[in-house]
Design a protein around this ligand. Structure first.
Ligand code: 2P0
Length: 334
């Protein structure tokens, strides 16, 4: 049996957003979504069996808060039940990006944890099963299991076995970049899970948003395969605006966008008018992100870095899928 497993997974940014669940406990999405898996943002997680039945969870070498530890233990119970092995696990996890920067670490975190736990508990899974398993930790983690350009299927089944992500093109297919503009570093006012549920139940625009996401996902995959940057950029911006419009119309409203976020949206538009193709997106937080082609990335990053209200810029490129190393083997998803 493997004694220690190290798993690494990258974060991802959705070009067509996931924002609404058809099943909350299983994190089943109401619509498909499309993302890019991103280097250098990653989580590294090391797992080994503990001496007793209790788990020990360390976040960047410091014992994690109880709420976080409980979430990890509850998730590991899935693997304990599947394998019939009820030993405790020592989990050490660290992100190479600040959690406070408002970038989702649950996607890379649960993708790494799912892959590492599957190996530690010796539960045999193909990539689709692993993605569906990561989804149960956090929805967007389904996408971080896969590399490059990724489609997460909505699925139809109640048990979620057909709601997994798959790579539609590997990282080397297309050298696009995402430039993350770091604005505030404070905690979020409202978590994504709560925000999604409130939007579903309290926004008059929710159904229209979900309906539009189905077509957008199909078109985005088509644009990726054809390397049609203008089309992909248009879909990306529209998906972000439609998602934020739906949540802003909820009662009470959910407003993640700040002044700087909107100003960067306009920066992307003026860059395009001047002939530089940059498109914006934004998730459940205030950080604006610009999608561009590699050839324009440095020049756009310079402008973004100098922009009022932007504290830092993280330059991201397409990344490989989850990687697992044990004492004897290495395994990587493209
Ligand atoms: C996305 N977000 O597609 C969207 C856009 C936020 C806005 O996936 O409740 O942390 O754990 O399934 O995965 C954030 O959602 O939510 C997210 P849960 P998760 O990237």
């Amino acid at each position: 049996m493997t004694s220690e497993v190290k798993a690494r997974a990258h974060a991802n940014v959705a070009l067509v957003k996931y924002f609404g669940k058809r099943d909350v406990p299983l994190n089943l999405p109401a619509a498909p979504s499309v993302s890019m898996t991103l280097s250098p943002l990653n989580t590294e997680t090391v797992l080994s069996f503990a001496d007793g039945v209790d788990d020990q969870v360390l976040l960047a070498d410091v014992p994690a808060e109880e709420k976080f530890s409980r979430r990890i233990s509850k998730y590991l119970n899935i693997f304990r039940d599947l394998s019939g092995n009820h030993r405790g696990v020592r989990v050490t996890t660290s992100n190479n990006f600040p959690t406070a920067a408002g970038l989702a670490s649950s996607a890379s975190g649960f993708a790494a944890l799912a892959a590492g736990a599957a190996r530690l508990f010796d539960v045999n899974m193909d990539i689709a099963q692993l993605s569906a398993m990561a989804r149960r930790g956090s929805g967007s983690a389904a996408r971080s299991v896969c590399g490059g350009y990724v489609l997460w299927h909505r699925g139809e089944k109640n048990d979620g076995t057909d709601s997994f992500a798959e790579s539609v093109a590997p990282p080397e297919h297309w050298d696009l970049r995402i430039l993350v503009g770091v604005t505030t570093t404070g905690p979020k006012e409202i978590g994504s899970t709560v925000a999604m549920e409130r939007t579903r139940t309290e926004s008059p625009y929710y159904n229209a948003w979900i309906k539009s996401a189905h077509g957008a996902a199909k078109e985005a995959v088509d644009a990726i395969l054809k390397k049609d940057f203008e089309k992909l950029g248009d879909i990306t911006e529209h998906s972000a605006l439609a998602m934020h419009a739906a949540m802003m119309a909820a009662a009470p409203p959910i407003v993640f966008l700040k002044g700087t976020t909107l100003d960067v949206f306009h920066l992307a538009r003026s860059l395009r008018k001047e002939g530089t193709a940059a498109y914006f997106t934004c998730d459940a937080g205030p950080q604006p992100k610009l999608l561009c082609q590699a050839k324009d990335a440095d020049i756009i990053a310079r402008q973004l870095r100098a922009f009022p209200g932007i504290k830092d810029v993280i330059h991201c490129a397409p990344a490989e899928g989850v990687r697992v190393e044990t004492n004897t083997t290495t395994y990587c998803e493209k």
